[in-house]
Every structure is written in structure tokens, then in C-alpha cells.
Design a protein around this ligand. Structure first.
Ligand code: WT7
Length: 657
């Protein structure tokens, strides 16, 4: 980034100390942390080898922690080792006194629909379903596509695949037929597991017709296993479609299935994520590295203990759900909570009611969810005793300091550690985050890189940025859990992540590191706005807007400007009842000028009631950029949670110009 960067002007100076009384019982104390950092610095491979051996059950020990071929950007973790992810998540807990404890609590969208699976019950279901897959001819290395809402069968399917060494590819149930099809084709799946529909916000959304449409051109798929969820009528294609219940109840299906002994480096799953250009990338994760990073970070970052109820609100269709609803918590033998619904239905207190009902200890969610719940007001949180909570987490996008403070104050009662965790689909698990009871927290910062993780901020020419100077965020040493490739496109893997800054992994994010070593993520570099040569992180302007008492939500984009190159266009949602007039606009411009710089003052402010967001909560700035310049073509909008906001925004833009 340029020397002119002004992001340092936004000074967030508040800090919070971790609650001392909790430090003593934590999985990692300040002293242990220092020690871990020392070992990881001196001999990172030894550090990771120790963690891998301590956390996982290896059927055969590995010879070396890391075999790397930097020429090819090939990094093989724990080569020679053998293990099975499902055995690590289930079997070993049957023998260590956890057979009858809850492994999975499922809260359906209807309040009275609850299912609880003990480790014994989950193990048996997974074994039976693994046998169903085997009976259909699925074997080690075959790909299985999973297109399911947040129901227990989703977790069972994933673990069953892992059990027999099949590679699962979960496709978020919010995706359209087209997106489903391209992902199935890309991974060449043999079997598809799907549902009739989804329950969402009190309505049912059909899924099966997407399946039928997608499968028009997916010759690889031999069978579709259907989970009945909504009970709506569907077209059932004899010979191809079959019901989950029928398959599971078949008399020849046995209760036990031997876990396949997998090489540490064998692919465990594929998960597609969008790239900045072209078709989605099928990120491939391997067994040993992935299981190590998820178990490791669950234990250290979330301080996960045996008797904890862990709730990660993300959909399992995203990596967050893979790592912190399924594999991390189950590998450690904790209780994981799966919630089918949305935070605001039937009332905006759903999250708080669930935390209270199940005594949730660790609550991991997204800034966007918190922003929307903050908007509803604190009367909804005050109704509930949330005292079981011990740790709060945030992920997915930068959390604006004001939103952080609200979360900390209203849910964390001003004392719980609130961890802003940074990572990506590609990284497998959390890489940059505060640890709950070690060191200070700064609202809006993701803290330090975890022990064993090495980061750097560099300028476009590759030279190291100085403290507080924004630049490209790189991970300079390999880590367990890093992607092993992009499915079917090794060249793209090398080009995307290793070409521009040789020897390092390029995250694609902009960030700065302050004088205390805290990381401040500025958003994807493609979200950077360049006004008269000054680089502005969209996040920082948004955070400043949200910090204004009248504003509840804001998104900014860059639009072309004759003189400045680009200028700032802001979408702002005001608290209800406030005047959407020029006076308010002037007040907001003055505010930005004061909080950041006159350079960051928006050229235009459009008041809006809603923003286009993906179901995982990311604002689709691409659409906002297009609307801001009067565009009407938005490309693929299939991942939007509510596409109807677009028309309102287009109308709003017309009024403005
Ligand atoms: C991108 C990765 C990994 C979990 C979910 C998203 C952004 C992620 C943070 C954070 C600021 C964050 C980055 C990253 N991101 N966590 N704590 N603060 N930004 O996974 O879909 O692969 O997206 O999400 O831009 O590159 P993903």
C-alpha cells in the first residue's frame, strides 16, 4: 500500500483486560503462552508435532512434522502418519467416560423441535450411514456432495464420509441450482445428499427442485439420498432418488463400521469459496493438518473444556461451521450446538433464549448478526440470564469497535473475553486471534498471530511495512491446516497464493500491525478505495459511520471520480424515526472528516433500509458498487439472503442523482 495511507488516523485506543479470576483454570495460562511462543519460535515443527500428538489419536505415528517442497508450494503435514477424523471425533470418546454425554444438541427452527445425540448415539448413526454409503459403492477417495440445511443429518453425513475416507463437499443450502451444479461438476461427486426443503424465518423454502435442475447436467451423480425436513411434496425420481430413513432402516445395515485408516495427507474434504475472479475455488483440506488446527485452536482460543457447550452460529456450509461446529468441538469431546433457524425469528431474542436454555459457554458468531441484534435494542438481551457464557467470539469480517463494545457490554456483561478471530477457508482454522485470558483486548483488532503462526505486512513491492502502515497480510511460514491445493487446479493454487510474494502465503487481505503487535484487518484488498492516491479501507469508514449515534449500519464503496480517481459512496441505515435529509448528511460528513480525515468524506450518502448480504453475512460490495453508478446488472446474486433489497437501493440511488 502507498506511503500516503491514512488508515492510522483512525485511532482506537480503548483496551480491555482479561478477567483474572478465570486465568487459573484456563487451558493455557500467560506463562504457558510465553513458553509456547518460545518453543514455536525455536522449532515450529517440534511445536506442531507435539500439539498433533497430544490432541489426536494416531493409528500410526508420523515420521516428520513437515515435508515441504517450496518449489511446488507443496507442504505435507505429518507425513507417514495415519488417522481417521471420525474416529477422533467419536470412537475415542466412547471409551473415556463420555459415551452418554451430549455430543450434539440440535435446536430446530420451531422452538419445540430439539434432538440430542449422545456420543454413543452419534457414533451409531454415523456408522450406519457410513455403511449406507458403502452399500451404494462409495469408497475411499470418492467425492460425496452434501446439500442440506442445518439438520443433524448434515453432521452425520460429514462424519460418515470421513469414516470411510470419502471426500465430502458441503454446498450451502442457500445456493441456487446453478451454483449447486457447478460445484457438483467441479468435484465430480458420485452421491448427493439433499433435503426436500429448508425451514427459515417461519417459511419453507424448497430445495429439491434445485437438485433436479442441477442434476440435469451432472452425469457423475449416481444416487440422491433425500432427507425429509419440510414434508413438502417433491418430484421423486425412482431409481435415482432414495429416502434417508429407508436407507438407514434397511435390515442389512449394521451398527458398526470400521474407520478407514487414512494417510495424514489424504484429502478429507473440499469446500468451495469464491475467488475475486472466475469460478469458485474448490479448497482441498487434508486429514492430519486440518484435524490438528481445529482441535488445537478449539482448545487454546476457545479454551474449550470437556463439559462445555460450544455454539458456533455459522452455517456448516461455510468453513466456520466445518471447523467449529463439527470437527473442533467433537475432536475435543465437548458438546456442540447446532441451530437451524435465524437470530430474529420468531423474535429478535432467539440467540439469547438459546444460550439461556442450553447453558451455552462459548458463543461464536459474526459481526453482521451482532449488528442486526444491536439494532433491535438491548431490551431483548436483558430478559435472559446469560451467566453460563465464558467466552465470546467473532469472525468473518472486521467487527466495528462500536459493535464490539456493544457485544462485550450487553452479552459479555463488560467482562467476558471477546475474541475477534481472523482466518479463511484456506487456512482451515484460526490463525490470528487473542487468547481469552492472555493479554489485552483491543476492540476492532484481531490481536496477535497464534504461537507458531508467522505473519508479515508488506508493501506492493514486497518490502516490509513499518508499524501501523497498511499493506498486504502474508503468512510467511507453513502451518498445519493450510489448504493443500485447489481441486483440479494446482496452477491456480500456486498463482493465487504464492506467486506475488514468493515464499509466503498471500491472504488477499489488507492489514496493519500496530506498535504492540496487534493486527488490524482492513478488509479484502479489492475493497480498498483509492481517493486521490490515499488508500482507504472500506471498513474504517464504515466503523466510523457506525460509531455515530444515529447510524445502525453502513457500507461504503468506491466510485470513479474524474479528479480524485475514486470517491467514497456510502450507504447508511439510520435508527428508525430519524430524518433522512441533507442536514443529517452534512452531520455525517463532518463526523467522518473529524474521525478519519476530510479525504474520507463521502461524495454521496444514500439512506437505505437494508443491504445486500450473503447468508454468511458478508456485504456484497460488488452489487453496491454497481448500484452506486446507476448499474442494473449484478451478475450472480444467488448467494444473497434477501435479494429484494436491491430494488429499493436502485430506487434510492435514482432519487439521489
Ligand atoms: C475472509 C475469509 C474464516 C471464517 C469465515 C470466512 C475476512 C475473516 C475476519 C476477521 C476481519 C475477517 C477476511 C478473510 N475475515 N475473519 N476476524 N476480521 N476480516 O471465511 O469466507 O474464507 O473469508 O473473511 O477478509 O480473507 P472466508
Amino acid at each position: 500500500m502507498s506511503e500516503n495511507s491514512i488508515e492510522t488516523l483512525m485511532n482506537e485506543e480503548r483496551t480491555f483486560d482479561p478477567p483474572e479470576e478465570m486465568l487459573e483454570n484456563s487451558n493455557i495460562t500467560a506463562q504457558q503462552y510465553e513458553e509456547a511462543c518460545r518453543i514455536a519460535d525455536e522449532d515450529p515443527e517440534k511445536f506442531w508435532a507435539e500439539r498433533a500428538r497430544e490432541l489426536l489419536l494416531w493409528k500410526r505415528d508420523f515420521k516428520t512434522a513437515l515435508e515441504s517442497d517450496p518449489e511446488k508450494n507443496e507442504y505435507k503435514w505429518f507425513a507417514g502418519g495415519r488417522l481417521n477424523a471420525s474416529e477422533n471425533c467419536l470412537d475415542r470418546h466412547l471409551e473415556n467416560g463420555k459415551r452418554n454425554k451430549a455430543a450434539l444438541i440440535w435446536q430446530g427452527e420451531p422452538e419445540d423441535e430439539v434432538r440430542v445425540f449422545t456420543y454413543h448415539m452419534l457414533h451409531r448413526k454415523v456408522c450406519r450411514f457410513a455403511n449406507v454409503l458403502k452399500k451404494m459403492g462409495v469408497s475411499k477417495g470418492d467425492r460425496v456432495a452434501i446439500y442440506l440445511p442445518m439438520v443433524p443429518e448434515l453432521v452425520i453425513s460429514m462424519l460418515a464420509c470421513a469414516r470411510i475416507g470419502a471426500v465430502h463437499s458441503v454446498i450451502f443450502a442457500g445456493f441456487s441450482a446453478v451454483s449447486l451444479q457447478s460445484r457438483i461438476i467441479d468435484c465430480d461427486a458420485k452421491i448427493l445428499i439433499a433435503a426436500d426443503g429448508v425451514l427459515r424465518g417461519g417459511k419453507t423454502i424448497p430445495l429439491k427442485r434445485n437438485v433436479d435442475e442441477a442434476l440435469f447436467e451432472c452425469p457423475s451423480v449416481e444416487q440422491v439420498i433425500m432427507v425429509k425436513r419440510t414434508g413438502d411434496e417433491i418430484d421423486f425420481i425412482e431409481g435415482r432418488d432414495t429416502w434417508w430413513q429407508d436407507e438407514m432402516a434397511a435390515p442389512d445395515i449394521e451398527d458398526y463400521c470400521k474407520p478407514e485408516s487414512m494417510r495424514s495427507t489424504d484429502p478429507m474434504f473440499i469446500l468451495h469459496t469464491s475467488g475475486s475472479t472466475g469460478k469458485p475455488k474448490g479448497i482441498v483440506h487434508s486429514t492430519g493438518g486440518y484435524m490438528t488446527i481445529t482441535a488445537h485452536t478449539s482448545q487454546w482460543v476457545f479454551d474449550l473444556k470437556d463439559d462445555d457447550v460450544h455454539w458456533c452460529t455459522a452455517d456448516i456450509g461455510w468453513i466456520t461451521g466445518h471447523s467449529y461446529t463439527v470437527y473442533g468441538p467433537l475432536a475435543l469431546g465437548a458438546t456442540t450446538l447446532l441451530f437451524e433457524g435465524v437470530p430474529t425469528y420468531p423474535r429478535p431474542d432467539r440467540y439469547w433464549e438459546i444460550i439461556n436454555r442450553y447453558g451455552v459457554n462459548i458463543f461464536y458468531t459474526t459481526p453482521t448478526a451482532i449488528r442486526s441484534l444491536r439494532r433491535e435494542g438491548s431490551q431483548w438481551t436483558e430478559k435472559y440470564d446469560l451467566s453460563t457464557l465464558r467466552i465470546l467470539g467473532s469472525v468473518g469480517e472486521p467487527i466495528n469497535p462500536e459493535v464490539w463494545i456493544w457485544f462485550h457490554e450487553h452479552i459479555g456483561k463488560g467482562k467476558l473475553p471477546l475474541l475477534d478471530t481472523w482466518w479463511q477457508t484456506e487456512t482451515g482454522g484460526i490463525l490470528i486471534s487473542p487468547l481469552p485470558y492472555v493479554g489485552k483486548l483491543k476492540p476492532g483488532s484481531t490481536g496477535h498471530a497464534l504461537p507458531g503462526i508467522k505473519t508479515a505486512i508488506v508493501r506492493s513491492d514486497g518490502s516490509e511495512a513499518s508499524a501501523n502502515e497498511g499493506g498486504h497480510l502474508l503468512i510467511t511460514e507453513p502451518w498445519p491446516g493450510m489448504l493443500c491445493t485447489i481441486h483440479n487446479d494446482d496452477a491456480r493454487y500456486r498463482r493465487t497464493y504464492f506467486e506475488r510474494f514468493p515464499g509466503s502465503y498471500e491472504t488477499g487481505d489488507g492489514a496493519r500491525i500496530d506498535e504492540d503487535g496487534f493486527h488490524w484487518i482492513m478488509g479484502r484488498l479489492d475493497d480498498v478505495i483509492n481517493v486521490s492516491g490515499h488508500r482507504l479501507g472500506t471498513t474504517e469508514i464504515e466503523s466510523a459511520l457506525i460509531a455515530h449515534p444515529d447510524v445502525t449500519e453502513a457500507a461504503v464503496v468506491g466510485i470513479p471520480h474524474d479528479v480524485k480517481g475514486q470517491s467514497v459512496y456510502a450507504y447508511v441505515t439510520l435508527r428508525s424515526g430519524l430524518d433522512q435529509d441533507d442536514e443529517t448528511r452534512t452531520a455525517l460528513c463532518n463526523w467522518i472528516s473529524e474521525k478519519i480525515s476530510p479525504i474520507a468524506v463521502p461524495e454521496a450518502i444514500q439512506f437505505s433500509e437494508g443491504l445486500p448480504k450473503t447468508r454468511s453475512g458478508k456485504i456484497m460490495r460488488r452489487i453496491l458498487r454497481s448500484i452506486a453508478v446507476g448499474g442494473t446488472e449484478f451478475g450472480d446474486t444467488s448467494t444473497l439472503s434477501d435479494a429484494s433489497v436491491i430494488n429499493d437501493l436502485i430506487e434510492g440511488q435514482k432519487v439521489l442523482f
